[in-house]
Design a protein. Sequence first.
Length: 440
Amino acid sequence: MSSRFERQLAQGRLSRAQFLRMVGGLAVAGAVPAGLAACGNGKSGSGSADKATLNVVGVADQKPPLDELTKAYTGSNPGVTFKTSFAPTDQVQTSIRAQLGAGNAPDVHVVYPGDGSSMSMSQIAKAGLLADLSDQAWTSMIPGNFKPALQYQNKTSMFSAGSSVIGAIYNKSVFQQAGASIPTTWPELLAACEKIKQAGKVPIALGAQTPWVTQLITYALVPSTVYVDTPDFDDQQQAGKTSFAKSGWRKAFEMYLDLQAKGYFNDNVNGTTYEQATAMVATGKAAMAVQVSAVLSAFRDAATNKDDLSMFPFPGADTADKVWIPAGVVVGLGVHARGKNLAAAKAFVEYLGKQENINAWAKAIAAIPLHQDANSTIDPALESLLPLVKANKAVPFMDQRWPNAEVQPTHFAVVQDLLAKKITIDDALKKMDDAYGKKS
């Protein structure tokens, strides 16, 4: 990394688009160095940073990096031990939030970027429940446009290893056996799905019984149906100048339901879990699933052949030049501000922020590192999505700009109801607009 680039980052003069463009200059594939950074034992906060048993609760896709990094940390800090547990997203959204309210939350726990859910950074920080991490060295390298996702009132309140993208995780063998080509436009996607269906495979595996999965197809389509023509849609929506109902969100829902009407999903999508959909793609029963790149490792773990799995941009436009994608800060960790092991918890997060460990975390979940050095790498599965990121055709995950914790669960629910044919698109959009208008 050039000294000029480092100064731009440190001074906050590098935009999110500029930061993401740097991805194009990084090596694709290659190994991250085996050695992990030694920890600096800061003494800030209550308790001791040198001796503690830290209770850490994350979501499933955080398990691979945290297993690696907690083990390495304990090796160089023998006075610190860990009790780690991992749960599905919808479970931690309720259980940890309740623990935070009761004052018995884990020392270190999962936090979602921005302001769009009950476990989002802004929602928890405004309640005074997240420790301030601003004095840690890694925070000076946060790209300017990432700051709203990680900071509340100019204080860094969560750690994240980088950004991820949403696209189609697909099985190469299923595509090849069906004679289907990787699509670059919406009509090409429909043609590929038809070939795969005729070959006796499920074109798109959808586990809509798991609430957070319901949002991903909409998120994949909306950059092309909304933001390509209205890049400042979020600002306009916040100003009351537009709404879900008056925008390309309607088109995205129509396209979502068109996939179902054509028989391109598995049967009983509302009775299928994320894990079941993952297994369908990984074992060749289905061709693809629209997913966030952070869970690519879970698909590989379930795969008959790991090399069969890769990703491509899920095209939401009739022409390739109008295809945009979602890219957002990945789920991270926060420190419980009232925990008895505050100093030790903050010291551990500071360790995670060392470059070697950001590289290791990002590699484990196929993410773009928060900031990079010569040893930073990008998973080769992301190769087809990086040109769109470099061309500034990527927008943040939609919920990261929503003003409260009501819109996201409403989105989950209306998608399930749309798939079950219980409501109309008009009904769904009205419910989302009503949720958006609620005060946080």
